[in-house]
Write a protein that binds this ligand. Structure first.
Ligand code: ADP
Length: 911
């Protein structure tokens, strides 16, 4: 256990305190004892003395009291007697309780019994006296029986008193003796405690100051020597207290200081060496000198005996380390002048950029030779010299002793500097070389810059010209913009005028058709010569008038068609149509023409085509009819053929866009006619263009047919191709997308003649084959004509009356309804649309609201100017419609259909 200074001092004081405590305790004990003794003496003995004294007095009082009573009979004496007797008992009892000595106890018992007897006797006496009052006898009794008892009490009490007095005196004497002894003991103990305390204090103080003195001495020894020494004194104190600790710590500190001092010395040595190495490079300009100087200095500085310096040369795969300088190296015996990277330890060190250290190298590895002998160093260090992480050199040092940490640090530091220096010297050498090269280049450059200056001047001149041109072109751009604006204005004007044109044409067509209507009907009637009263040449005139009127009608239709196509007013109504039916239609329409012109006409439908295609049937027919009509028109001999087939390869190769030709259907119309010269081929599709446009031409025509056909083909998402050989014939091919509608394969829509005929009726513009009409079918039928043009009314009435029909008429819608109501037996109404007051649409609507006329056949007559005429008529309640000018054949055909339709058919038709 550690016995610290604190504990030592505490122990000393504790011992002194214990001694003092013992002395005090002893004194206290004696004092207590003396005190007890005095208390006993005072409390008991004095009480006993007092009580015995009282007993003597009271015994006297008691006898006196009895005697006094007997002599005087005064009751006061009786009181005195009794009080004294009682008091006596009390005192005797008190004394009895306090005395301890046997003889005194006997005396107290005697006293007690004496006093009792005394009381018994005087009570007897008093009792007797009370009875007889015999004073004399009473006094006698008193003298003989009572008094002898009474006078014994006093001396008995006195004997007790004397004995107690004697004991009291002995006690006082004994106490005095005891006080004296106690004083002596206390004095002795105090002296002893004083001496012991002094002794302990002395021992502890000596112990502490002795060790402190030793420490002070050693420390003074340290500081009296200025500066640090290699060996510091140590304190030899091994106590297990604070001083021991101080000594231990001091010794530790001394060791640390010694180490520090050694390190400082090494450090300053290192710094000196590094500084020496650093200043060494000044004035060195080539690597050989640097290497030699470096190895010469560093080898002895690191305690080595031999050293070699390798420098990196070459680059890439040809990098190697070349020996530049050595220190005491034995070149004959060590064979390597250079190493590749990774070759030998030197190469490995460079490759890894890592120091390699070897100790305990074998004896024959290397030998250091001097004039007096040779020996093998046992330690080797190979270190890389690097610059920015790249090895630039390697040094190898050999030593007889181990390389210390300080030496390694020195090497490391010095090599860092060396790296920078090597790099800067190499750089400087490079710079010098480059400087020479650059001087040569500068001369070259001066020559070239002169040339450049000349070229620059040339460029400036060209630039000036360009700027001028740029200004001109800007002006042109402005002019162009103005022209463009003018053109846009013109285009707007054109669009406007084309709209005016279309509107004009529509109006014109209406205006022209109305007079044509009566002209055609009446000339037709004349040509029929039903009454047979016209001469042959008159019939011929009428026929000529009729056919001229027809030509005029065609012309009007063509012009109207073109203007509609151009203004985008033509609506395409796609439907499914059977390809077989198309062939059938062509034959039906053109076989007769072919026969008349003596030409062969064939139709052909290739295998592998869909049975139907989906397109606008009416427009398709219009195009084909046009192309076939041209073919017949321009062919004198040979044949005309219609072939429906898949698109040819040649067409495919020249085609760009619009339809998927793989599935396209081609309609080719070829003839062996006059053909079209190559240069005119592109012209024939333009409006009003003809191959022979001169006034002396052989073939008639307007030059509109092909342009209309081409536009219609476009509307059907197709196009028309032409190929021709002048004098040999032409082929016009219409290509349409081959979209097959629904599941229609093999089930053509128009698969019987009757249906086909019906379509042609509704296709009222066509000259389709008509039903064979029986005049008798119309006889007696009553027809209402509503029209504001009297010429028309006249013409149609004439035609109807020829068929034995009855005719009533009205000049506007309202009148028409009135006439209808007046003539409920009317079988059919022919309703013009453009009417004053109430037009045809409103009239039809009103008629349909009257229950009895809901199924009345109403055929609307339209000018066919607008594309939605038909829809409007059907919506307003027309059963059917026919366009002006009315072809009588068509009219009769249509009338026959509606007159013989079953009742309620209007609803069926419209559903
Ligand atoms: P039209 O026949 O009314 O003059 P088209 O537009 O139909 O007008 O034809 C324009 C021109 O193209 C014709 O005038 C004719 O010179 C030439 N042409 C059209 N089809 C043929 C054909 N099958 N053979 C020779 N020339 C044709």
């Amino acid at each position: 256990m550690r016995f610290t200074i604190g504990k030592k001092i505490f122990t000393g004081f504790l011992s002194a305190a214990v001694l003092l405590g013992a002395a005090s305790g002893l004194s206290y004990y004696f004092m207590n004892k003396i005190n007890d003794s005095y208390t006993d003496l005072i409390n008991r003995r004095v009480t006993i003395l007092t009580a015995t004294k009282d007993i003597q007095v009271l015994a006297l009082q008691q006898t006196n009291g009895l005697r006094g009573y007997l002599l005087t009979q005064s009751p006061e004496f009786i009181n005195e007697l009794e009080t004294a007797n009682e008091q006596l008992n009390v005192r005797i009892e008190q004394t009895g309780s306090l005395v301890t000595q046997p003889e005194s106890k006997d005396s107290v018992q005697k006293l007690t019994s004496l006093n009792r007897q005394f009381k018994e006797n005087y009570e007897q006496l008093l009792a007797n006296y009370e009875k007889d009052r015999n004073q004399e006898e009473a006094l006698n009794y008193f003298k003989t029986k009572v008094l002898p008892l009474g006078i014994q009490l006093g001396p008995l009490a006195k004997s007790i008193m004397d004995r107690q007095q004697q004991i009291l005196n002995q006690g006082i004497q004994m106490n005095t003796e005891m006080v004296k002894q106690a004083n002596e003991a206390a004095f002795l103990l105090s002296i002893l405690a004083f001496i012991l305390t002094l002794l302990i204090g002395f021992v502890i103080t000596r112990h502490i100051t002795g060790n402190l003195f030793k420490i002070t001495k050693v420390m003074a020894g340290v500081t009296s020597n200025s500066g640090l020494r290699t060996r510091l004194p140590r304190i030899d104190v091994r106590t297990r207290d604070e001083i021991g600790e101080i000594s231990y710590t001091f010794n530790e500190m001394a060791i640390a200081l010694e180490n520090y001092s050694t390190q400082e010395q090494e450090k300053s040595m290192l710094e000196t060496n590094i500084a020496e190495m650093a200043t060494m490079y000044q004035g060195i300009h080539d690597l050989n000198a640097l290497a030699q100087l470096f190895i010469t200095k560093i080898t002895p500085m690191t305690g080595s005996s031999c050293g070699v310096f390798y420098i990196k040369q070459g680059s890439g795969d040809r990098q190697r380390l070349q020996r530049l300088a050595g220190y005491a190296d034995n070149r004959q015996e060590i064979g390597f002048e250079s190493f590749l990277f990774g070759e030998g330890l030197v190469g490995q060190c460079a490759l890894e950029n890592r120091t390699i250290m070897l100790s305990d190298i074998p004896e024959h590895y290397i030998q250091i030779v001097s004039g007096t002998g040779k020996a093998s160093p046992s330690n080797l260090i190979i270190m890389p010299v690097e610059y920015e992480g790249q090895v630039v050199a390697v040094i190898e040092l050999a030593s007889f002793t181990k390389f210390s940490k300080a030496q390694q640090t020195l090497l490391q530091q010095v090599l860092n500097h060396a790296g920078i220096t090597i790099n800067s010297i190499a750089g400087r050498m490079q710079v010098e070389r480059l400087l020479q090269e650059s001087q040569a280049l500068t001369e070259e450059l001066q020559n070239q810059s002169e040339e450049l200056r000349l070229q620059q001047e040339e460029l400036r001149r060209i630039n000036g010209q360009l700027e001028e041109q740029y200004k001109k072109s800007e002006q042109k751009t402005k002019e162009l913009e103005i022209t463009k604006m003018e053109l846009e204005e013109k285009a707007d004007q054109l669009a406007l005028s084309s709209r005016y044109k279309s509107e004009f044409l529509a109006n014109m067509s209406h205006e022209l058709r109305t007079p044509l209507n009566s002209l055609l009907i009446l000339s037709g009637l004349l040509a029929e010569n039903a009454d047979g009263n016209l001469r042959a040449n008159q019939v011929k005139y009428a026929q000529t008038i009729h056919s001229s009127g027809n030509d005029l009608l065609h012309l009007i239709n063509d012009i109207l068609d073109l203007s509609k196509v151009e203004s985008g007013k033509i609506e395409i109504v796609p439907d499914e149509i059977s390809l077989t039916y198309i062939c059938h239609f062509a034959e039906l329409e053109f076989l007769q023409v072919a026969q008349q012109k003596g030409l062969k006409f064939t139709t052909e439908l290739d295998a592998g085509l869909p049975p139907t295609i989906c397109t606008d049937t009416h427009r398709l027919m219009q195009i084909l009819r046009n192309l076939l009509a041209n073919a017949f028109k321009f062919t004198e001999h040979g044949e005309v053929a219609l072939r429906i087939h898949k698109a040819d390869k040649e067409i495919l190769s020249g085609y760009r866009g619009r339809i998927d030709l793989e599935s396209a259907v081609a309609f080719s119309i070829s003839d062996t006619g006059i053909g079209i010269p190559e240069e005119k081929l592109s012209l024939v599709f333009q409006a009003f263009q003809q191959e022979d446009g001169t006034t002396s031409r052989k073939y008639g025509g307007t030059g509109l047919g092909l342009s209309i056909s081409r536009e219609l083909a476009h509307l059907l998402d197709g196009f028309i191709e032409v190929s021709s050989d002048k004098g040999k014939g032409s082929t016009f091919t219409l290509l349409l997308p081959g979209i097959v509608g629904g599941q229609a394969a093999g089930t053509p829509i128009y698969n019987d003649e009757a249906d086909a005929a019906h379509v042609e009726v509704t296709e009222n513009e066509e000259k389709a084959p008509l039903l064979q009409l029986e005049d008798t079918a119309f006889a007696g039928k009553k027809i209402l004509i509503v029209d504001d043009d009297m010429r028309n009314i006249f013409a149609i009435t004439t035609a109807l009356e020829n068929k034995k029909m009855k005719v009533v008429f009205a000049e506007n819608g309202r009148e028409g309804i009135r006439v209808l109501q007046e003539n409920p037996d009317i079988d059919l109404i022919l309703m013009d649309i453009m009417l004053p007051e109430m037009d045809g649409y409103e009239a039809m609507r009103t008629i349909r609201q009257i229950p009895e006329f809901q199924s009345m056949p109403v055929i609307a007559l339209t000018a066919k100017a607008m594309k939605d005429d038909k829809e409007k008529c059907m919506e307003a309640g027309a059963s059917d419609y026919i366009s002006k000018p009315v072809s009588l054949e068509q009219l009769f055909s249509l009338m026959q259909v509606w007159l013989y339709r079953q009742a309620g058919s209007y609803e069926q038709q419209t559903v």
